[in-house]
Design a binder for this molecule. Structure first.
Ligand SMILES: Cc1cc2nc3c(=O)[nH]c(=O)nc-3n(C[C@H](O)[C@H](O)[C@H](O)COP(=O)(O)OP(=O)(O)OC[C@H]3O[C@@H](n4cnc5c(N)ncnc54)[C@H](O)[C@@H]3O)c2cc1C
Ligand SMILES: NC(=O)c1ccc[n+]([C@@H]2O[C@H](COP(=O)([O-])OP(=O)(O)OC[C@H]3O[C@@H](n4cnc5c(N)ncnc54)[C@H](O)[C@@H]3O)[C@@H](O)[C@H]2O)c1
Length: 480
């Protein structure tokens, strides 16, 4: 029984981003009750300050470039982008942070919403501090699911905390195009946001600590994005780190000093150097867990580090397994299924591709990056496959040599790389660059998850003349 000052639900979800929304939805659909605790806006970082606004900022430049890549259409598209309209279109997707629509959706789905900052208060209890300071305790009969996501990490650069540095939040919500943008980082956010703001007229410089962009990907992905950004007029300085920044109070300009002894003047600095977990003020110490850390989980998203019982789960970015919205939602579906199984007295054993087992996190995470050219990947890189001890063979094919690609764009340029596990005769990794790479990658995801033998994939005939015909060419290059 709940104490008089407690509200009891089967599942208490802390954080109403993509992960939290989907956990709660699947729980309620199964007949159990769920409440979502949200400190800012229902929909999370993804809806208002990450995926959605960033893709809304990128799409107009991509559409323009696509039209201009076909002779006859090119001549019809001569003007630059209209920044005011692009920003207004972005705002139509984000509602400028107004979450009424998503809160109504929760209501319609039968999910309770409690606004405020959630904090664990011992086993199965979550204390919520509302914006007006009142505190309420929620009790979970079955499970507490932590879906609090991440916040931007900041590089150790002197003065960064005093210049009003941009993180993903400002980079996706700004109302004006900065004349000069300096981006620290060479990962996905840096590449996408430099593309977006450069397309809208900003001059952009990337300060990349490493010697390549998109490290961790197949090298061809970083190389193609480097070429694409350079063609767009983005300056990229490899092997360079910012050491000191300062904003001039009169001119409002920022001077960025770098470790090679040079200085750059700009209007805004975007820090895009990765993420850290939103676990600092989550009451983890009340259940014996270290504060500020990522939450390691098993394939059902049950927290593995020293918590007794089957009651604490962590889904989405906060568990660090695959920090992407689609994987957060996949984990959410698995986690909810596991909670429902266990509520029914069944153990929800993992492995064997059960609905409650988010095992694709480990071998089939698709990622789509909306730079120009687009790059997309799924599964293992060649290097990761070799490190895993697989008998690796790779196949590469230039997508521009496919008839459908040449018809699609006069200057089509793209590359496909497959990583094959020779022992099993199946694809374990795929990287694509070029127009529509982000759409084409799902075929590879199906091949990898389905463990389709190449001999059988041979019978999946791509239509002529599509870019997908690259699959036939890859299999021919493999020797079929
Ligand atoms: C610029 C950018 C672009 C991106 N683009 C893409 C993309 O195109 N595709 C893609 O798949 N991924 C993309 N991502 C990653 C994606 O945003 C995340 O993977 C996704 O948001 C993770 O969802 P989540 O629910 O785990 O966390 P979040 O979306 O961060 O949601 C967490 C929620 O929890 C709330 N919260 C936190 N702490 C508490 C608390 N103590 N109490 C109550 N509420 C709390 C927060 O307010 C927030 O609403 C992008 C990320 C960035 C930074
Ligand atoms: N299209 C998409 O799917 C998409 C788009 C944007 C972001 N995301 C997600 O958001 C996550 C975060 O993106 P991100 O770009 O911030 O992180 P990231 O991990 O992709 O890249 C971080 C970059 O910062 C560099 N770096 C790290 N510490 C540094 C330091 N101290 N000084 C200078 N450089 C440093 C790294 O070398 C790397 O180049 C990604 O992992 C991805 O999952 C996805």
């Amino acid at each position: 029984m709940a104490a008089p000052d407690e509200d009891a639900y089967d599942v208490v979800v802390v954080g109403g981003g993509p992960a939290g929304e989907v956990v709660a939805d699947r729980i309620v659909r199964s007949g159990l009750t769920a409440v979502v605790v949200e400190a800012e806006a229902v929909g999370g970082e993804c809806s208002y300050r990450a995926c959605v606004p960033s893709k809304a900022l990128l799409r107009p430049g991509a559409a323009r470039a696509e039209a201009r890549s076909v002779d006859g259409a090119r001549q019809a598209v001569t003007a630059a982008l209209d920044p005011a309209r692009v920003l207004a279109r972005r705002d139509r997707f984000t509602g400028r942070g107004d979450d009424t629509g998503q809160a109504d959706w929760l209501d319609g789905a039968g999910i309770a919403l409690v606004r405020g900052h959630g904090r664990l208060a011992g086993e199965r209890r979550v204390e919520v501090t509302a914006p007006d300071g009142t505190v309420r305790t929620l009790r979970a009969r079955r499970a507490v699911v932590v879906c609090t996501g991440t916040e931007p990490a900041l590089p150790p650069v002197e003065g960064l905390d005093r210049i009003g540095v941009w993180t993903n939040r400002q980079a996706t919500t700004a109302d004006a195009v900065p004349a000069r943008l300096v981006v620290i980082g060479g990962g996905v956010v840096a590449c996408e946001m430099a593309t977006a703001w450069r397309s809208l007229g900003a001059s952009a410089t990337l300060l990349v600590r490493d010697r390549a962009l998109l490290t961790g990907w197949e090298p061809c992905a970083g190389e193609e994005v480097t070429r694409g950004l350079s063609d767009l007029g983005v300056r990229i300085r490899f092997g360079v780190s910012a050491v000191r920044v300062a904003r001039d109070e009169t001119t409002r300009t920022v001077t960025v000093e770098t470790d090679d002894g040079t200085a750059l003047v700009c209007d805004e600095v975007l820090a895009a150097v990765g993420r850290r977990p939103r676990t600092a003020d989550l009451g983890l110490e009340t259940v014996g867990l270290p504060v500020r850390d990522w939450l390691p989980v098993d394939d059902t998203c049950r927290v593995t580090a020293g918590v007794d019982g089957d009651w604490l789960y962590a889904v989405g970015d906060v568990n660090r397994r695959a920090p992407l919205t689609h994987m957060a939602k996949y984990q959410a579906r698995a986690c909810a299924a596991a909670i429902v199984e266990r509520a029914a007295g069944r153990p929800a054993v993992t492995g064997g591709r059960q609905r409650w087992s988010a095992e694709a996190d480990r071998f089939a995470v698709p990622q789509a990056v909306f730079t120009r050219p687009e790059v997309a990947s799924v599964g293992l890189t060649e290097r990761a496959a070799r490190e895993a001890g697989l008998a690796v063979r790779t196949v590469e094919y230039r997508i521009d040599d496919v008839a459908g690609a040449a018809l699609h764009a006069d200057d089509y340029r793209g590359l496909a790389k497959l990583v094959v596990d020779e022992t099993r005769g199946v694809v374990v990794g795929c990287t694509l660059t070029g127009p529509m790479a982000t759409e084409l990658i799902h075929t590879a995801t199906v091949a990898i998850v389905g463990e389709v033998p190449l001999e059988r994939l041979w019978h999946a005939v791509p239509a002529f003349p599509t870019v997908s015909e690259v699959w036939l060419r890859l299999l021919e290059a493999y020797g079929l």
